[in-house]
Design a protein around this ligand. Structure first.
Ligand code: TYD
Length: 192
């Protein structure tokens, strides 16, 4: 199973992925976590470019779209392993939400695997900005409002659970476990 976490910056994806991983392992599943951009050479290049002052220009965004697609192709074979649950921090759905035009981004990602389950951590934009404190170029209110809307629209195309990420860590974690449980044959009422 391939579970993907998406959401605007500061939504708590990495924390929640670790909590879900632990819980799934406690329930006897083998779990591997993934992060996009990855730690490949392409992923390193992406992280460098994201720090540049011109990272939001149209040309650099198009370059990033190509690099993000290449970086994720490098992990696609891994996902064929049926013995594990893969939980990924971001996927091609990030590219659809952040880069444009959408039709072109779709073509670039034609061979990217669709998630079996998308967990969308839905966070208020104001909270996102205060949590991330403008760490990188994408973290401003107007830009993130567009991304949040893109995510909510894109979610309709996937098997998706939308989780309110404005609550505390424990409440969000338990909401995620309850949402994931039925997909794995775990009784949702058994989740604390
Ligand atoms: P992020 O998960 O926020 O990394 P960190 O926790 O180190 O800040 O990812 C970095 C940025 O890359 C984030 O702002 C979203 C962006 N991104 C895209 O624009 N397109 C993509 O396809 C991916 C995977 C990420």
């Amino acid at each position: 199973m391939y579970i993907v976490f998406e959401g605007i910056d500061g939504a708590g994806k990495s924390t929640q992925i670790q909590l879900l991983k632990q819980w799934l392992e406690d329930n006897g599943f083998r779990v591997e976590t993934l992060v996009e951009p990855t730690d490949s050479e392409v992923g390193k290049l992406i992280r460098e470019i994201l720090q540049r002052p011109d990272a939001t220009t149209d040309t650099v965004q198009k370059t990033l779209a190509l690099l993000f697609a290449a970086d994720r192709m490098l992990i696609m074979d891994k996902l064929e392993d049926q013995s594990k649950i893969f939980i990924s921090d971001r996927s091609f759905i990030s590219s659809l939400a952040y880069q444009e035009p959408e039709e072109w981004v779709e073509v670039l990602n034609r061979y990217a695997k669709n998630p079996d389950l998308l967990i969308l951590l839905d966070l208020d934009v104001k909270t996102s900005v205060s949590r991330t404190s403008g760490k990188d170029t994408f973290e401003n209110e107007e830009f993130l409002t567009g991304i949040k809307d893109n995510y909510l629209r894109l979610a309709e195309n996937f098997t998706c659970e939308i989780i309110d990420a404005n609550n505390g860590v424990n409440k969000v974690s338990s909401d995620i476990k309850k949402a994931v449980a039925p997909y794995l044959g775990i009784c949702p009422d058994c989740v604390l």
